[in-house]
Design a protein. Structure first.
Length: 212
């Protein structure tokens, strides 16, 4: 039986109790990345990276939604999420030397503090399976997370929860085909629940891979 959709938080409030940037939605990056219906994504990871960037994210019709750019020359561990036209959507900047593997995500190609969207870090230093806490930009004290990520890319599963609750907002499953094995690719499907920003969810999965 298909699992019913569980809405993550009351209208107009985030998981931590703070108001969201836009009321009545799960907008984190942009309203155009939110749908009133579930959104199914396909994430393809090329195992042999030839060009700068080995992730492609499409919808289930094969239309390109996002791709990842890895700058060749950078003083920081940085990834840039581009849309299908090549426009910069988000910049993911990692601090791998930090105790909890902290990543900061900024709007567009910026890394200015005023463009910070959210921060992602391990919930603890020692983990058998990845558990990440996500703090939106306004949640500066970081006492309670706004979202949680549990699972691993290598184990072929990942679930994103709202705050410290059991309300699921997105989950990833393996989608392996004979063609993907032959071409040296990992294929995964991601179901993003209604009114949840799928650009935001895509970035969380990319960070999960980097932290692993």
């Amino acid at each position: 039986m298909q699992q019913p959709y569980v809405y993550a938080y009351p209208q107009g409030a985030g998981a931590s109790g703070h108001p969201h940037p836009l009321p009545h939605t799960g907008v984190i990056v942009d309203p155009k990345y939110c749908s009133p219906h579930p959104v199914d994504l396909a994430i393809v990871r090329k195992l042999m990276k030839v060009t700068h960037g080995n992730f492609v994210i499409t919808n289930f019709n094969g239309c390109l939604l996002f791709k990842v750019k890895d700058p060749f020359f950078s003083l920081h561990d940085k990834r840039i999420l581009l849309d299908g036209s090549g426009a910069q959507i988000m910049t993911l900047k990692g601090k791998i030397v930090s105790m909890h593997d902290r990543w900061q995500v900024f709007r567009g190609g910026s890394t200015a503090p005023g463009d910070l969207l959210y921060t992602v870090k391990r919930s603890s230093m020692i983990q058998l399976r990845a558990k990440l806490d996500v703090f939106l930009a306004h949640n500066k004290e970081e006492r309670k997370c706004d979202f949680r990520v549990k699972g691993t890319w290598s184990e072929r599963s990942c679930v994103v929860y709202a705050g410290e609750s059991d309300a699921i907002v997105a989950q990833m499953h393996e989608k392996e085909t004979l063609q993907s094995v032959f071409l040296g690719k990992d294929n995964y499907s991601v179901t993003v629940y209604p009114n949840v920003d799928y650009a935001f969810i895509s970035s969380l999965i990319l960070i999960l891979v980097e932290i692993e």
